[in-house]
Design a protein around this ligand. Sequence first.
Ligand code: SF4
Length: 477
Amino acid sequence: MPENHLVPFVEATIRVFDRHGERVSRHKARIKYLINKIGVNEFLKLVDEEQKAVLNKTFLIDLNAVKFSIPVNSVKKEEPVVSNRLEYNNWVSTNTFEQKQSGFYGVYIKVLLGNISSATARKLAKIINAYASSEDVRLTINQGILLKFVTKDALPYLFKELSKLELATPGFDSVADITACPGTDTCNLAISNSTNITVELERVIYAEFPDLIHNHDVKIKISGCMNSCGQHGLAHIGFHGSSFKVVTNVVPALQVLLGGGTLGDGKGRISEKVIKVASKRGPDVLRTLFKDFEQNAREGEYFNSYYDKQGKDYFYQLLKPLGDNSTLKDSDYFDWGSDEKFATAIGVGECAGVIIDLVATLFFEADEKLAWSAEAFDNGQFGDSIYYTYASFISGAKALLLDKQVQVNTHHTLIADFDKHYVETGLVTLQTSFKELVLQINKNEPSKEFAEAYFAESQSFLNQVKTFRETKVLELK
Ligand code: SF4
């Protein structure tokens, strides 16, 4: 794809995701599901349908716009900076590499869980300015950071400064560098905790298997549910959050998956589900796997070759004692990082009381989006204004559908369901179908005239659905 078509393509793709009810922040993780569901041709057709509404039809990317300068070396040679030589040597051997530009080193920063506070990031920025190229800093696929153009003399100074921020942990991209999704910390879909277990597993590796910081052949990845945002399906050792019942109690659990990974050349292999264990037994799963591999694998054998040689059942039998629920302890009923007994949450919308609140919240959101639309319009941002107007239509329709207890997952089905339950039944009167009304968005250029007319129609629609609901609530009293 020509580079100047990339930005409009991405913009149109995001709009397709919005129509399918996906959150923008998760597009990267969910694109595979949408394409799997509707097929790549249908996906590209939908992207094509959105092109008319895209504000910038071409966007020229100037690849020469960013100039890379080599940092001025601010190192004072006389300072002895490294107090712990072993730690420093480990860090140099696992987190740095010689660049092809002679005399310069790339430095990886291992970021626990990929979390970094803005206060730490500001301090890190100062360190980067002093010792590395400030124009070429990269975020890595495994939630870390890559610095470039560090001189050999600057490495000890950089190590010392990064250590103060706890950003000089060795073992970048090693067995000890576990990728995890946010899980129960912020995601409503998470079943059991994926972050605190990650912290614990890394602790176990550093304390009990310190040599593994030099091993890059085995990747461990953890997700809070089967959706795989933490890429557990592509890990040599993967875990995803789960639960199981023991009589009337629910136990937080980890589904253990083995044998996945990337093979290079765009190829990969999907891991196999082997066994489900209580979450608190996750560290013992690692201990068992590592000890077995150490004792029984051939010298130099890769983990996945060993997995293939032994077969899934061998690993099931190996881990079976950890899946024995008759030996659970009281602590197994508590998830990592929680002092409350584990329970799976019931989603919003399960009870009538919550539905009433949710409907009011959706109307509030619809009003809010119309206000944003008006603000964008006043600032001359007609594309943004149109987008917010569209979002207001969707929130208003969703509110009434929830009131009728119609479950909606995507914008696509929401639009069809609103026509079916309200327009075709005559409960809401429109000049056209709701679909034609709301999807004017991809039939029109993002002009001032269209933004104005679309806004007025959305405002009138919102007034009508709100009045409809108020009347219904009054009738119920
Ligand atoms: S809990 Fe599930 S949906 Fe949420 S981020 Fe993790 S894998 Fe994705």
